[in-house]
Write a protein that binds this ligand. Structure first.
Ligand code: ATP
Ligand code: MG
Length: 253
C-alpha cells in the first residue's frame, strides 16, 4: 500500500511519518519516501544517515521532464520486476536499526535553480510504477500544503493520511483535500495532531461542521517536541501509543 502523509506546514507530517513507520515496521516492510524539497532532517528523525537524492541517480533535476515517465521508469526498474526500491544502489537507500528504509527524492539547494515541479513529477512517476509485495507499505512524507495535489502526485497512491494541527487552516485544507482524494477513488484518513484535553471537543465539532470524519487523535507529546527541537531521532511516549491505536483502526495492524 502507498500512503501519502499530507498537511499544512508544521502540522506534524514528518513526526507522524516516523511514528507510523515505526509502528508499521512491526509487521510490514516499510519504505519512507522523503518528497519534501525543503526540509532535510527526516533521516535524523528516523535515526539514519541521509541517502543520496534519487534525482542525482537520474542525471539531475533539469533532465526529468525531458526524460518523461517512460524513461524514468525504465531507468529505475529492474528487468522484469518494475521499480523496486530495495534494488536501488545502496547509496540511494538508507536503513534504520528497526528495518525502515528511506529514499529521498531531491532538495532545492541553489539560488535561482527553478521550481520544485520536477521533484513532484518524479514522486508521481515513482509511486505510479512502484512494485510492492503484499506486506510492504510506502509512506510518502510530503511538502507542506497541497502543491502536490496540483501536480497529480496522489494518482499513484492508494491513500492519503492527512495530519491536521489544531487550526482552522488545517481543517479547511482537510476539507479541500478530502474532496479531491475521494473523487480519485482513494482512501482519505484524517488524524488530528498535537491535541490537548482543553481543545479536543472544539476540534471535533469544527471537523464535524466540515463533514470530516476523524480517524483518531494524537496527543501533544513533549518528547516529540523536544526531539524535533534537538534535531535528533524522534522519541515519543504518548504519541507512539496514539499512532498505534489509529493504525489499528485503519486496519493496517
Ligand atoms: N504530537 C506532537 N506533540 C508535540 N509536538 C509535536 C507533535 N507532532 C509534531 N510536533 C511538533 O511540531 C513541529 C512540526 O513537526 P513536523 O516537522 O513533524 O511537521 P511537518 O508537518 O513535517 O512540518 P513541515 O511542513 O515543515 O514539513 C515540531 O516542532 C514537532 O516537534
Ligand atoms: Mg516535514
Amino acid at each position: 500500500m502507498k500512503i501519502m502523509v499530507c498537511g499544512k506546514g508544521g502540522s506534524g507530517k514528518s513526526s507522524l511519518t516516523v511514528l507510523t513507520a515505526r509502528v508499521l515496521s512491526k509487521n510490514h516492510g516499510v519504505y519512507v519516501v522523503d518528497s519534501d524539497e525543503s526540509n532535510n532532517l527526516l533521516p535524523r528523525m528516523l535515526g539514519m544517515e541521509p541517502p543520496r537524492p534519487l534525482v542525482e541517480y537520474l542525471g539531475g533535476k533539469g533532465t526529468l521532464f525531458e526524460k518523461g515517465e517512460v524513461n524514468i521508469t525504465r531507468a529505475l526498474a529492474t528487468a522484469g520486476k518494475g521499480i523496486r526500491l530495495d534494488e536501488l544502489p545502496s547509496e540511494y537507500i538508507s536503513s534504520s536499526s528497526d528495518g525502515i528504509r528511506l529514499v529521498t527524492i531531491g532538495k532545492v539547494r541553489e539560488y535561482g535553480e527553478g521550481c520544485a515541479c520536477p521533484f513532484n513529477f518524479l514522486t508521481r512517476t515513482l509511486l505510479k510504477n512502484l512494485k510492492l509485495e503484499t506486506n510492504e507499505i510506502v509512506l510518502v512524507d510530503t511538502d507542506a500544503g497541497i502543491e502536490h495535489l496540483g501536480r497529480g502526485v496522489e494518482e499513484g497512491s492508494d491513500a492519503v493520511l492527512m495530519v491536521a494541527d489544531p487550526t482552522a487552516e488545517s481543517l479547511e485544507l482537510a476539507r479541500i483535500l478530502k474532496e479531491d482524494v475521494v473523487k480519485l477513488g482513494k482512501t482519505f484518513w484524517l488524524v488530528l495532531n498535537k491535541v490537548t484535553p482543553e481543545i479536543a471537543d472544539i476540534l471535533r465539532l469544527k471537523a464535524k461542521d466540515r463533514n470530516l470524519e476523524i480517524l483518531g487523535t494524537i496527543r501533544f507529546d513533549k518528547e516529540v517536541f523536544k526531539s524535533c527541537l534537538e534535531g535528533s531521532t524522534i522519541k515519543s511516549e504518548k504519541a507512539y501509543e496514539d499512532a498505534e491505536a489509529i493504525l489499528k483502526r485503519a486496519g493496517l495492524m
